[in-house]
Design a protein around this ligand. Structure first.
Ligand code: DQA
Length: 148
């Protein structure tokens, strides 16, 4: 299986570090990307890291990952709770999917408790801060298998 992993980030995550730091912490998305590349190196994975505020771009990247990536990590941000289109795109992606939320969405408002993406995700990491991305890569490495 391919050791290429797509890491996709949804709307407003470009403001990580500035946006509601009491909820999301002070690390920036650039810090998260750096940490993902460092972890990936260790796990012999290759990471393609993206963020968009536009639903269609996230969908296009999922389509691009089809037949190419061995796994996908996604923090769909607010699209988690609204996007059947993202769910449909993920249903057309054949390899493992791990959903990540930096905050513990279950401790927050009721509308954050439902995720369309969770109907497809093989694993969900919630409330572990930005470390959730590294945990997701660790899980994907396990699912993809050891490099021989
Ligand atoms: C989030 C949780 C979502 O409810 C929210 O809309 C986000 C970020 C998280 O990482 O905790 O933008 O996905």
């Amino acid at each position: 299986m391919s050791r290429l992993v797509y890491v996709l980030n949804g709307p407003n995550l470009n403001l990580l570090g500035q946006r509601e730091p009491h909820i999301y912490g002070s690390d920036t998305l650039a810090d998260v990307e750096r940490a993902c590349h460092a972890t990936a190196l260790h796990l012999k994975l290759e990471v393609h890291f993206f963020q968009s505020n536009r639903e269609y771009e996230l969908i296009d990247w999922i389509h691009e990952a089809r037949g190419k990536a061995g796994g996908l990590v996604i923090n769909p941000a607010a699209f988690t709770h609204s996007s059947i289109a993202l769910l449909d795109a993920l249903n057309a992606f054949e390899a493992p999917v791990i959903e990540v939320h930096i905050s513990n969405v279950h401790k927050r408002e009721e509308f954050r408790h439902h995720s369309y993406v969770s109907r497809r995700a093989d694993g969900v990491i919630v409330g572990c801060g930005v470390q959730g991305y590294e945990l997701a890569l660790l899980r994907l490495a396990k699912l993809i298998g050891d490099k021989t």
